[in-house]
Design a protein around this ligand. Structure first.
Ligand SMILES: CC(C)[C@H](C(=O)O)[C@@H](O)C(=O)O
Ligand code: SF4
Length: 413
């Protein structure tokens, strides 16, 4: 029987011959939790009175670290104590970063793996042909103890990419375009598989796209393994993995044909990531420009921002925040002199954290403030006060807007 990639991986992990719609219990390769979700998972785990499957557990404090207040210090400490006591994988402040970026960098994400994470953007590792999905914190606690979890195998929506992205079109623009078609919730409990001309899309951009499949409600995402995937994996300590792909005649629940020639640099306007407009049509005045997060806080994103900021100045009415997605990204930006460029332009460059992406700290928006952001969500109050507004765009547009003092594209500076 022909199968989709997701059907193949779930069949293998459950030792069954299953198809979409089947309920199975699967062996999970890794389970990840962060400083918000690990404390809840630990409580659930403790109730079970079992020994932890430590080699499968990865704890990555990121949301409110370095701790911003006493409560976040308690969450961080509880996560860290559990990790150290039980010998799980643990990436402390100074060694880690935003959980999804760290999962990719440290080689946990690899083709054919099944990874569960107590964070909704765990979908990101589909960029490396893994099946990875966000789960509840208490479910994560059960995987800590058993190494297994039940799943309903999702159907797969095929996103068939034709053509070639034009000038200024990045992975962010492609996924915003896809979201504008598929809509918020349009892929609920489905796998979004990107196929066709993925050769034009670099791994960092595939990560951005896989990351934002969560905003369509997708259970997971999937890109085929190609030369770019292998090149990325060869630089990481992945151990062995198995390349899996959908059969030609597999049963896809829906196919979307997207011609990348028709995609323009785009912006999601408040208050939903699927509320997408052509970037050149938006000129709103801004108070903050934010580059960071698991969506677009990678070295490639910071390079793009620095190239635009070089020799220019951030508008006096704007605070530009650049927050690398991991310590590795930070270190690389330092080596390449990108931090100098950004700081000399008047930007604020911070250590790695989720921080303002979810309105936590380090750039929270006040009443009526407007932010252009390279992150993934612009819901009401996402980055601060409920009257504040968030526009989502690629990092090049965020950097040019920081210079202009209003939303604008690199062509306008
Ligand atoms: C706090 C965390 C559980 C949450 C998520 O699950 O996605 C956060 O990362 C977010 O982006 O909103
Ligand atoms: S960077 Fe933002 S979207 Fe990503 S895990 Fe952190 S809070 Fe969630």
């Amino acid at each position: 029987m022909s199968k989709t990639a997701v059907e193949k991986i779930f069949s293998e992990k459950s030792g069954t011959d299953s198809k979409s719609g089947d309920y199975i219990v699967a062996n999970v390769d890794y389970v990840m939790a962060n400083d918000i979700t690990a404390p809840i998972a630990i409580d659930a785990f403790n109730e079970l009175g079992m020994k932890p499957k430590s080699d499968k557990i990865i704890i990555i404090p990121d949301h409110f670290v370095p701790p911003k207040d006493i409560n976040s210090a308690k969450q961080y400490k509880k996560s860290k104590d559990f990790a150290l006591e039980n010998g799980t994988w643990f990436y402390d402040i100074g060694h880690g970063g935003v959980c999804h970026q760290v999962m990719m960098e440290k080689g946990f994400a690899a083709p054919g793996r099944l990874i569960a994470g107590a964070d909704s953007h765990t979908n990101t590792y589909g960029a490396l042909s893994a099946i990875s999905t966000g789960i509840g914190s208490t479910e994560a606690g059960v995987i800590f103890a058993t190494g297994k979890m039940w799943f309903k195998i999702p159907e797969t929506i095929k996103i068939n990419l034709t053509g070639k992205p034009g000038k200024g079109v990045e992975g962010k623009d492609i996924i915003l375009h896809v979201l504008s078609k598929i809509k918020n919730g349009g892929a609920a409990y489905k796998c979004m598989e990107f196929s066709g001309n993925i050769k034009y899309i670099d791994i960092n951009e595939r990560m951005t796209m896989a990351n934002m499949t969560t905003e369509a409600g997708a259970k997971c995402s999937f890109f085929d393994t190609d030369e770019k995937t292998i090149e990325y994996l060869n630089q990481r300590n992945t151990g062995s993995y198995k390349i899996v792909k959908s059969d030609e005649n597999a049963d896809f629940s829906q196919t979307f044909n997207i011609d990348m020639n028709n995609i323009e640099p785009s912006i999601a306007i408040p208050n939903s990531p699927d509320n997408v407009r052509i970037a050149s049509a938006i000129h709103e005045k801004i108070d903050q420009a934010y580059i960071g997060s698991c969506t677009n806080g990678r070295i490639e994103d910071i390079r793009k921002a620095a190239a635009i900021l070089k020799g220019r100045k951030v508008n006096r009415n704007v605070r530009l925040m650049v927050v690398p997605a991991s310590q590795e990204v930070y270190n690389q930006a330092l080596r390449e002199g990108l931090i100098n460029t950004i700081v000399e332009a008047g930007g604020y460059f911070s250590g790695t954290t989720c921080g303002a992406c979810l309105g936590g700290y380090m750039g929270v928006l006040g009443p009526d403030e407007v932010c252009i952001s390279s992150t993934n969500r612009n819901f009401i109050g996402r980055m601060g006060d409920k009257t504040s507004k968030v526009y989502l765009a690629n990092p090049s547009i965020v950097a040019s807007s920081a210079i202009l003092g209003r939303i604008g594209t690199p062509e306008e500076i």
